[in-house]
Write a protein that binds this ligand. Structure first.
Ligand SMILES: *Cc1c(COP(=O)(O)O)cnc(C)c1O
Length: 233
């Protein structure tokens, strides 16, 4: 266990250095970039170690796994982010542990999320996931940039959801810097109409520098913090 702790501590140090360097290089304050440790496939014991090491935000992408892990770690003061594809019949349940739902990509999710937040008697932070893929690409996740305003309005009007900003994943097979530059433009426009929605969740282990340069406020790091996943998605 202590070997694992050392490993996670070293990984986290390395990642913080990368974030600091990227932020400084972009003329940004590193404190404006939150590390979300993506713990999918890793045990609750790792989440516990990360919390001891100062991690405040954790991300999960599958409801059942996330729910069990959050229950195991209920004594810890962690902010759980749901970052995976959401089914509307699971959306309400996700709010029982997630304080941030990053993957809202269609209006159908808004009512169940809002109902879940009501049941929790607390607002849930929402990011709208925008697709950076060309339209029609197979497996495309995220809303079309043209649909963001309608979706954001639905979130805004729901009542118990706080519209915080945007989330995106860099498309496979494209230079992430180019994709994130496009994202920065989409975000500029979005913040113009939703001035409080200033969060930008972008950047994974392989491309966090490009994301921070493009203005990311949250980077979602799995492999760089926890090591290679036991199985891949
Ligand atoms: C798994 C995952 C990540 C983390 O990926 P790494 O490359 O391991 O850092 C980030 N975002 C989403 C949406 C994920 O599913």
């Amino acid at each position: 266990m202590s070997a694992r702790r050392d490993e996670l501590a070293a990984n986290q140090d390395a990642v913080r250095r990368r974030i600091d360097a990227a932020a400084s290089g972009a003329g940004r304050d590193p404190a404006d970039v939150t590390l979300v440790a993506v713990t999918k496939f890793f045990p609750a014991s790792d989440v516990r170690l990360l919390a001891e090491l100062g991690v405040t935000d954790v991300g999960e992408n599958r409801h059942q796994e996330a729910q069990a892990k959050a229950a195991d770690c209920a004594d810890l003061d962690l902010r759980w982010h749901f970052i995976g594809g959401l089914q509307s019949n699971k959306a309400a349940a996700v709010t029982s542990y997630a304080r941030v739902v990053e993957s809202v990509d269609r209006a159908k999710l808004v009512a169940p999320l809002n109902r879940g937040a009501h049941e929790q008697a607390g607002p849930v932070d929402v990011l709208v996931q925008v697709s950076l893929d060309p339209p029609g690409r197979e497996g495309r996740q995220g809303a079309d940039p043209a649909d963001l305003d309608v979706l954001a309005a639905a979130v805004d009007e729901a009542g118990m959801l706080r519209l915080r900003g945007l989330m995106a994943v860099a498309p496979l097979g494209e230079d992430p810097a180019a994709a994130y530059a496009r994202l920065a433009g989409i975000r500029r426009e979005f913040v113009g109409t939703h001035p409080d929605a200033t969060w930008l969740s972008a950047g994974m282990s392989g491309d966090l520098e490009a994301a921070v340069a493009a203005g990311a406020t949250h980077v979602r790091l799995g492999t760089a913090v926890l090591g290679p996943r036991p199985r891949n998605l």
